[in-house]
Design a protein around this ligand. Structure first.
Ligand code: DMJ
Length: 644
């Protein structure tokens, strides 16, 4: 240990100015220091020089890391250096004034230097460059290698010929420690947002402005009457929009909404909720935002909700009831029937399975897997197509003979494929059912319209074909493309492209440029119009399915026409459904451009799905929510593909 008397130690302090008055003269200080320095031995000088250089190097190395880490952690803790956001309708102060319908106002440009939500993307190694179209000379020779071949099992050939190997995964066993999210995305420099993405952010801010001002904490905004509607009383729009806010970089709004979830989202209230809607919107929304942020509060809420929904499965057949009272813990079918809807009981699986993986509680996954196993074996399908209803007592399909890809059956098909992907492409029953169903669709439901030969999906009722197609069916091009991306038959991608064109035409051929809820395709050669709309079907609810499929198609083909189509749709939403005082409204008549008759309701999926898919469609960052790492539930909530 150095003694304080030692000269070489004192000399380093440069502070001993005995006999001199400090006059702040730089000359004096320079001379004094220099004299001291000269008095030191060579060894002492070398030592001091070394120490000095060492400290400077350490300082330079440590500074950027510390400052970056501070910035990131401070966001994750919700402690950004900004004014504490108010919970409640303070939006008028926070948001820009609504622009006129035809001239969308520029949104507040997010601070691109700030490390924020949309930019939390995992840096992919070159090898795993996500969503590169998988091109190979053997294009069109796609096939699925049977699962039972030991060596090559689960290797599939993509729609463009490339071999795809599944991730290592055991779908029966969730692989995450309790409470641990999938490893958070590593941080990279944000991609600059383009004008179209900015327009989506502006649309979101406008929608959110209305919701905050007139419907805060309620289910849906009624933007014309400036009030709200309640369905379950669970803040449906707010929860549905959480991950969209995160992806769009709306940090302030996100923090404010999170506070509401923490303090005001009451999952114990005495209210009947629909199992399916609550699962896809709220459970899915909470799991998604937990996955994106790693914030435990969201998983805790998801876990509580999952538990409260479980009584739905307490039926004679284990096919869940449609309704649950989440406060009382009781469940029941609708008053007029003991049937449940097939799409509803088969489109809760992604969420319950993920909840099991995260909490390590088997019961959620076991319950929904049992439903799928039961339906896999059930008679009453036609070429893989399912009826629309299933009885909760007998477990049998009811109302046999009607087959549709629209309401009440749609997401059954979507979730077959997505569960297979979620579980690492091991669960062959799901894949078999999906492939069989697509063949059934091609054989029984696909036709071409006149005169433009648009490929569409009709319906079958007791062997009678109807050229009726719900807008809801427009999820199908995206799902087919996703399957093709994961190595399924090449012709799925061709069908996806044709159906995508049709769904676009359902917008383009209509006066407002917005699709009606249902169209009828013309099959008569002499007729001049492909698309007909019945008076009762002329409404538009701001639905997402077409822009959802456009997003998948653009990701997998990189054909910019899909972005252009989405851009037209966004502009038409702005032109015909935007309400000056905040929010967007569903409309009654898409054929009446002079007055589309606002319905006075903004569905929660407009924020949860439509705007999110538009934002992702316009992004040229193919790793932004990579489709090689995530699947979207049927409400556009983001769930990880399981890996080990
Ligand atoms: C959403 O709630 C979901 O996408 C669901 O699968 C179908 N209906 C709406 C959107 O149209």
């Amino acid at each position: 240990m150095y003694s304080p008397q030692r000269r070489d130690f004192i000399s380093v302090t440069l502070g001993n100015q005995a006999g001199r008055t400090y006059d702040n003269s730089k000359t004096w200080r320079r001379q004094s220091c220099w004299r001291k320095w000269k008095q030191l031995s060579r060894l002492q000088r070398s030592l001091i020089a070394f120490l000095f250089v060492f400290m400077v190097v350490c300082g330079i190395a440590a500074y950027p890391n510390l400052s970056e880490r501070w910035q990131v952690e401070s966001y994750h803790n919700g402690e950004l250096k900004q004014a504490e956001p108010a919970v409640g309708p303070r939006v008028a102060v926070l948001l820009p004034k609504a622009p006129a319908i035809t001239q969308p106002q520029k949104p507040r440009r997010p601070n691109l230097n700030k490390r924020g939500p949309p930019f939390l993307q995992k840096r992919l190694s070159k090898k795993e460059n996500a969503e590169e179209p998988k091109i190979n000379k053997e294009e069109n020779e796609a096939q699925v290698i049977p699962n039972d071949q030991e060596e090559e099992k689960d290797i599939t050939i993509s729609w463009r010929g490339m071999k795809i190997e599944p991730e290592q995964v055991n779908p029966a066993l969730p692989d995450t420690k309790k409470g641990e999210p999938v490893p958070n995305e590593t941080i990279k420099e944000p991609e600059a947002l383009n004008e179209r993405q900015m327009a989506v952010i502006e649309a979101f801010q406008h929608a959110w402005k209305g919701y905050k001002q007139y419907a805060w904490g309620h289910d849906e905004l009624k933007p014309i009457s400036k009030t709200y509607s309640e369905w379950f009383g669970l803040g449906l729009t707010l929860v549905d929009a959480l991950d969209t806010m995160w992806i769009l970089g709306q940090q302030e709004e996100f923090e404010e909404a999170k506070k509401w979830v923490v303090t005001d989202l009451n999952l114990g209230k005495n209210v009947d909720v629909n199992l399916f809607e609550t699962t896809i919107r709220i459970l899915g929304g909470l799991l998604s935002v937990y996955n994106l942020t790693g914030d435990q509060v969201f998983l805790d809420k998801a876990s509580e909700l999952g538990n409260r929904l479980m009584p739905a499965f307490d039926t004679p057949s284990r096919i869940p009831y449609s309704d649950v009272n989440i406060g009382r813990g009781t469940a029941h079918p609708p008053r007029w029937t003991s049937d449940s809807t097939v799409a509803e009981v088969t489109s809760i699986q992604l969420e319950f399975r993920e909840l099991s993986r995260l909490t390590k509680e088997e019961k959620y996954q076991a319950s929904v897997n049992e439903v799928m196993k039961h339906i896999h074996k059930l008679g009453g399908k036609m070429d893989g197509l399912v009826p629309m209803f299933i009885n909760t007592n007998s477990g049998q399909f009811s109302h046999l003979g009607v087959y549709t890809l629209g309401a009440r059956a749609d997401s059954y098909y979507e979730y077959l494929l997505k569960q297979w992907i979620q579980g690492g492409r091991k669960e062959s029953d799901l894949l078999d059912d999906y492939l069989q169903a697509i063949e059934g669709i091609k054989k029984n439901l696909i036709r071409k319209s006149e005169p433009r030969k648009l490929t569409f999906v009709g319906e079958l009722s007791h062997n009678q074909f109807s050229p009726k197609m719900d807008h809801l069916v427009c999820f199908l091009p995206g799902t087919l493309a996703l399957g093709a991306h994961y190595g399924l038959n090449a012709d799925h991608m061709e069908l996806a492209k044709e159906l995508m064109e049709t769904c676009y035409q359902m917008y383009a051929q209509i006066e407002t440029g917005l699709s009606p809820e249902i169209v009828h395709f013309n099959l008569r050669p002499h007729n001049t119009k492909d698309v007909e709309v019945k008076p009762a079907d002329r409404h538009n609810l701001l639905r997402p399915e077409t822009v959802e499929s456009l997003f998948y198609m653009y990701r997998f083909t990189r054909d910019k026409k899909y972005q252009d189509w989405g851009w037209q749709i966004l502009q038409n939403f702005n032109k015909y459904t935007r309400v000056d005082t905040g929010g967007y409204t569903s409309i009654n008549n898409v054929r009446k451009s002079e007055n589309p008759e606002p319905r006075d309701k903004m569905e929660s999926f407009f924020l949860g799905e439509t705007l999110k898919y538009l934002f992702l469609l316009f992004s040229n960052d193919f790793n932004l929510i990579s489709l090689d790492k995530y699947i979207f539930n049927t409400e556009a909530h983001i769930l990880p593909i399981w890996t080990t």
